[in-house]
Design a protein around this ligand. Structure first.
Ligand code: HEM
Ligand SMILES: *[C@@H]1O[C@H](CO)[C@@H](O)[C@H](O)[C@H]1NC(C)=O
Ligand SMILES: *[C@@H]1O[C@H](CO)[C@@H](O)[C@H](O)[C@H]1NC(C)=O
Ligand SMILES: *[C@@H]1O[C@H](CO)[C@@H](O)[C@H](O)[C@H]1NC(C)=O
Length: 568
């Protein structure tokens, strides 16, 4: 009896000691951080800092208000009061994002990305030299020339979606003049999942054709990803605790459904890799053979071997042996394409159609320009050749519309970094610290956490003018390089980097832009998108900025638009 009590006491003491020492280390680190001297908003909560108000920051202009109050460089509070740097200063942002290996993603961010199926060895989560090596092997798959060859994949899915929407519109008994209410978000989710499956790794999810609004007919892989994503989307206190107390990661067990999901992603991924490996080897050393897709009975000959995975395997084969990717690294890239490329693109398309629905004049002008381009898009089973689709990609007004939509509605609204060493970050404009002294640089200590508010920078009135919050594609006729330096269109929508010091910028940006352009071409020419102006749409950031209707919070994420046929 006494011994049991003693053991219990010892255990309890050990747990309390562990918890206390973790917090003590945290407080000591924070007490030494030079960020304490910077100005910033008051913290409304000891445990949650400013995080709760930040959750709604895409609706309440929080960052712009903080900037007005404190200038472009300030600190906010994270969990248990930790100071976190936030800056919109272009020189500081270039320094931080351009030194990707000195400023990696914080451990808790990598953990959450890894848990969203992309694994520990995918491009999104690896750091340093491993990242450099992986990026080199992956680059050829994402080159301008290669991505252009993927246009027919985008076209086929866009035409299929257009036909499905038109048949709903035609079958509806409601007044055709007002259009038919359709929640476009789940449709675009399914279409973009099909695209990334087929163009990414030659897998047919068939989610568009499966069944509207149900999981019936869902492929095994689609099911596995939906299990993992729905778990990842839930805010769980255990994930926060795991970030502080790594020991919990070992104790916490995955559910059976999770384990099965991981197992099927692995099994299907392996078979996709094996198929391509043998196809690549046989095309290199013998007569060309077709690549039968695992999920398709009738492979489309014209697309064979163009998917990103095939290119990556060819690239691996010709790389110097020390530079190659292992099998498990390659497996992680498949899931990474989905994590990084699926919902980002579907929300981008959703917000673009929303912006067009709210600006009927711009939508009509775009439609006119697109109708002037002659590509027959009536039959989804006969995609035009990639060269024919190039004219869509180079349409100027379409380009302005896409830039403007991605500026105002960046799917990834912010990103985080951590200083891996003490550093002095340059700024383009001096700022005041909390003591009222002028600062000409930002001092950070190893371990300091930094937030780059991508969306807020995209809407900064100093850079974009007083109409920064307006959807005005015409601005791009002159905007060219007025914005902060960025990978694409001088915006941070796809991140940023420096090819010498390391880049974590989006490797898939050309894929996404071309997909969005071809979808818009096919959809907007035949369908008019209208908006019920009494419906207020807000943004909820959960991995990406998702739309929800302010008066219908119980309905979850949705984007109800009214669709009608464009009169002939
Ligand atoms: C509109 C669509 C997209 C947006 C807005 C977007 C945005 C971004 C951003 C902001 C980053 C950098 C994150 C950071 O630095 O913390 C990123 C990285 C990445 N994106 Fe995208 N992305 C999109 C589509 C895609 C697609 C289609 C793919 C793949 C097929 C993709 C693959 C990746 C990968 C692998 C990374 C990690 C790159 C690295 O760390 O080296 N993305 N994306
Ligand atoms: C548990 O899930 C995590 C991601 O949520 C995954 O990385 C890990 O491999 C899983 N563990 C097992 C034993 O399946
Ligand atoms: C890449 O090459 C290495 C070394 O030849 C090999 O072990 C590995 O399986 C290859 N990876 C893929 C995905 O083909
Ligand atoms: C990378 O950074 C260096 C030094 O800051 C700069 O001179 C160079 O122009 C940058 N390169 C790119 C591609 O941004």
């Amino acid at each position: 009896m006494v011994t049991i009590l003693a053991v219990c006491c010892a255990l309890l003491a050990a747990v309390v000691g562990y918890v206390l020492s973790t917090f003590l280390a945290l407080f000591l680190r924070q007490a030494r951080s030079p960020l304490r001297n910077l100005n910033g908003p008051a913290s409304p909560s000891f445990f949650m800092g400013n995080l709760r108000e930040m959750h709604d920051m895409e609706n309440n202009n929080l960052v712009a208000r903080w900037e007005n109050q404190f200038g472009s460089t300030f600190v906010y509070r994270g969990f248990v009061g930790g100071h976190r740097l936030m800056t919109t200063d272009p020189a500081a942002v270039s320094h931080i994002m351009g030194r990707a290996y000195d400023y990696p993603k914080p451990e808790f961010v990598r953990d959450s990305l890894a848990s969203m199926a992309s694994g520990r060895e995918g491009l999104l989560t690896v750091e340093g030299e491993v990242h450099r090596r992986q990026r080199k092997i992956l680059n050829p798959a994402f080159s301008t020339t290669h991505i252009r060859t993927l246009s027919p994949f985008f076209w086929v899915k866009a035409a299929q979606l257009r036909n499905m929407w038109l048949s709903i519109v035609d079958a509806s008994s409601s007044d055709k003049e007002d259009g038919v209410r359709i929640d476009i978000l789940p449709w675009l989710n399914r279409a973009t999942l099909d695209v990334i499956g087929e163009a990414g790794f030659g897998y047919r999810f068939n989610s568009l054709s499966a069944t509207a609004g149900s999981s019936e007919g869902e492929t095994e892989l689609a099911h596995a990803f939906s299990v993992i994503f729905s778990a990842a989307r839930q805010f769980r206190i255990i994930s926060v605790l795991q970030a502080w107390f790594p020991v919990l990661r070992k104790i916490h067990r995955n559910s059976t459904a999770m384990k099965e999901a991981h197992a099927s992603i692995r099994a299907i991924g392996l078979s996709l890799i094996r198929e391509r490996q043998s196809a690549v080897v046989s095309t290199e050393f013998a007569t060309p053979t077709g690549i039968g897709s695992a999920a398709s009975a009738e492979p489309q000959k014209a697309f064979e071997g163009r998917d990103l995975l095939s290119v990556l395997i060819r690239s691996n084969l010709s790389a110097e042996p020390s530079q190659r990717l292992s099998l498990s690294e390659t497996l992680c890239q498949i899931a990474t394409f989905i994590t990084a490329g699926h919902e980002t693109t579907s929300t981008a398309l959703t917000w673009t159609l929303y912006a067009l629905a709210r600006a009927p004049d711009i939508q009509s002008k775009l439609r006119e320009q697109l109708k002037a381009i002659s590509v027959d898009s009536s039959d989804p089973s006969k995609p035009p050749a990639p060269e024919h689709l190039d004219v869509i990609l180079s349409c100027t007004y379409l380009d302005y519309v896409v830039r403007e939509a991605l500026r105002l509605h960046a799917p990834v609204t912010s990103t985080m970094r951590v200083a891996s060493a003490d550093d002095v970050i340059p700024v383009s404009k001096p700022f005041y610290d909390r003591h009222g002294s002028v600062r000409t640089s930002i001092h950070v200590k190893k371990g300091d956490i930094i937030t780059i508010p991508i969306q807020a920078m995209n809407k900064n009135t100093e850079v974009w003018g007083d109409d920064a919050a307006e959807f005005r594609p015409e601005r791009w006729a002159r905007q060219k390089s007025a914005g902060p330096p960025g990978l694409w269109a001088n915006m941070l929508t796809f991140g940023n980097g420096n090819s010498t010091y390391g880049t974590r910028a989006c490797i898939g940006f050309r894929f996404a832009i071309n997909e969005i352009k071809i979808f818009l071409f096919v959809l907007v020419r035949d369908i008019e998108f209208l908006m019920d102006e009494s419906i207020e749409i807000e943004k909820k950031v959960n991995v990406v900025a998702r739309p929800w209707v302010k008066s219908e919070p119980d309905m979850g994420n949705q984007m109800p638009l009214y669709l009608r046929r464009v009169p002939p």
